[in-house]
Ligand binder design. Sequence first.
Ligand code: APR
Ligand code: PHB
Length: 440
Amino acid sequence: MHVGLTTSWFASLLVLTCPGYCKGPDVAPNGLRVFAEVMKTQVGIIGAGPAGLVLAQLLAQQGVESVVLEDRSRTYVEARIRAGILEQSTVDVLTEAGVGDRVHREGLRHDGIHLQWPGHREHLDFSALCGRSVWAYGQTEVVKDLINARLAAGHPLHFEVSDVALHDVETNRPRITYTDRDGVAQTLECLVIAGCDGSHGPSRDLIPSTIRHTWERTYPFAWLGILADVPPSTDELIYAWHPDGFALHSMRSPTVSRLYLQVRPDEDITSWSDDRIWSQLAHRLDLDGWQLHTGPILEKSVLPMRSFVNTPMRHGNLFLAGDAAHIVPPTGAKGLNLAVSDVALLARALTDLVVKKDGARADAYSENALRRVWRATHFSWWMTSMLHTTGDDFDAQLQLSQLRYVATSRAAAASLAENYTGMPISDDGAGWSGSDPDHT
Ligand code: APR
Ligand code: PHB
């Protein structure tokens, strides 16, 4: 159960005062100027993306207090168009966390995907191949559900903070300093800090270079993504190889479609009129007897594609999760799902650490999370390599051979299905071993 702010030691508010040399302009009723408000919490969470918000929700359920600090506004965070395919385990975590109602009501369950190359569209039936499914439900909706739940419960979530800095992460009393939206300097003392601050946040840099290792691959292409106010022209996603470049038909709801085109990394979006986008999509997704419905384009952007892994995911009392520790290219839709599986592991680890003073899961967190991270990193790289044209005809022939193999070999199709629907989340990183193939 959550312990209220007024009764908990951890959330007690200490107002420190100073005689006059401090920066903060506030003046307390006793006439002393306030230079900082030192708050205490059990887990300080930086970032209100899916990783930070799901972590906060899971911890609150276990009675662990946290404070979430986000540098953007609520409107910005809720409107940011990102991924849209949830693995079964992700839906399970959201359900367990008490925020699964809307995804079950409005999410579109998909039991497979279509793989396409010129003249062929082959359906992979995930239910038959591995007994698992995925859900089409936008990251924007996941984030809205989580923010609503947190604010409704009255738990602290601060938007539009700035100057976030981490201190003393190697000690038992790590701190976060920041400036709140009213311009007041704040200090948050924590037992642990969760760096859920995405690919550009400050947390990762706290790991000393002597310990830190990073791996990176930048791909020689990007995606031009559109959100369109038009019902999807397909029941399930179409991943299309085409000599002129990859195309993907995805969706957000029965009335909103999401589509992507492979483009150059330095593509100038202004050279892509709506007509040009729709005609390239129709060309690359073309199949006899099938028609692409077009409609108003609500948003368009170019997304770079890279793979990136940072290790370790823990340093002292700093734990990294989600894009702060790893990036995958979007092919295969793993980014959001990895963020959620990281924090499912992390929530258990931090609950044991903070409530039971048992550090075993926290000690194993980085290694366990990284097993899933590398599996998803390989899968995303593999899907990307199979589907994007490079301009090299040898590559093209290998890709077509691979696509035919996946479409005709049950073993190859099952491998794709198993990876696409996601590795089950287990504390020991056991992967698929022991998972129930009949589970739906
Ligand atoms: N201070 C406070 N908040 C910060 C700071 C900072 N200095 N830097 C970044 N943030 C916030 C960002 O504004 C963002 O809201 O951290 C949040 C990180 O959220 P995401 O980028 O969504 O990352 P994560 O929660 O790990 O989710 C990963 O999101 O980008 C997609 O493809 C990605 O689907 C994946 C998922
Ligand atoms: C999306 O809907 O945004 C999406 C779907 C599948 C992917 C990538 C992105 O592989």
